[in-house]
Design a binder for this molecule. Structure first.
Ligand SMILES: C[S@@+](CC[C@H](N)C(=O)[O-])C[C@H]1O[C@@H](n2cnc3c(N)ncnc32)[C@H](O)[C@@H]1O
Length: 268
């Protein structure tokens, strides 16, 4: 066995012990990163053993094939959220009148920036990302510059939709903190010890932010515009949210694991 293979094998053992699945890919990434950045491999592996996510150590992640800068101020984008973007794209393909796309709780900016990239051939769209945390917004701005969409995508610091007027047909996408308080303690150590809690917990029932957002959209849409809300949600709380939708049209969409993860709601 070559020296490099021996090293890769030892990294893979550590990754397996720490609970990683995709150990061949990540072990190669770790080795390449250590060489390229001149960082001692031992130091990286110590951080891995302490459950620090590889994405934070490397400072980037992959989202729909695009690199995104991440640090401990933002949630590491999840695979489910890639599906959320794919659903949004499908909706926009079928709804030509929609010209405005808003991403509420933008974090790293992965949703709005990847949509701006995917839809780059269509000039009619206005893209807006909203985030209430200054440090997270800085990461989104870096990603916007990285992907050269700063002129297309506005990124603002704001509490949900508080200062935004809805004047055109709009798709509002939201992946807001949605884990109920009682489920938080059961999450992985890597999540609880490293990812920002304010990006994860959505109050006692997980619906704190979605309830506020629904209220804001209903109050703001005085002009009767066609507004569609597409959200990612904790599957066990979806029934409680649906109970609040009264006579609104909505569709539940399952994630790739077969769990009811997304809601597409027509408003008002
Ligand atoms: C679950 S993370 C999602 C981040 C990113 N959109 C993604 O999908 O990976 C939720 C984000 O919403 C932000 N957030 C929480 N409360 C907010 C509020 N009232 N207004 C705007 N953003 C908020 C958090 O700071 C966090 O960045």
């Amino acid at each position: 066995m070559s020296d490099e293979l021996k090293v890769l094998y030892s990294i893979q053992l550590i990754l397996k012990e720490t609970g990683y699945f995709d150990v061949s890919r990540i072990s190669k990434e770790i080795l390449d990163f250590s060489k390229k950045e001149g960082i001692d491999l031992e130091k990286i592996l110590k951080r891995i053993q302490k459950n620090e996510p590889w994405e934070y150590i490397r400072g980037s992640t992959d989202f729909l094939g695009y690199p995104f800068i991440v640090n401990r101020n933002v949630l590491i984008p999840r695979t489910e959220t890639e599906q959320l973007v794919t659903i949004a794209k499908g909706f926009l393909d079928e709804n030509n009148s929609c010209t405005h796309i808003i991403d509420v709780g933008t974090g790293s900016g992965c949703i709005i920036i990847s949509l701006a990239k995917i839809l780059c051939g269509r000039n009619k769209y206005k893209f807006l990302g909203i985030e209430d945390n200054k440090s997270a917004l800085e990461v989104a701005r870096k990603n916007s510059a990285l992907h050269k969409v700063n002129e297309k995508v506005s990124l603002i610091k704001q509490n949900l939709l508080s200062g935004t007027k809805i004047e055109e047909d709009t798709l509002i996408i939201a992946n807001l903190p949605y884990v109920p308080k009682y489920l938080y303690n059961g999450l992985d150590k890597s999540v609880k010890d490293y990812e920002p809690k304010r990006a994860i917990v959505g109050g006692t029932d997980g619906l704190k932010y979605y309830k506020k957002l629904l209220k804001q959209v209903s109050n703001k849409n005085h002009l009767g515009r066609k507004v569609t809300l597409l959200i990612e949600i904790e599957p066990s709380t979806i029934g409680n949210l649906v109970n609040l939708l009264e006579n609104k049209d909505f569709k539940i969409i399952k994630d790739f694991r077969g769990r009811e993860r997304f809601l597409l709601i027509s408003l008002p």
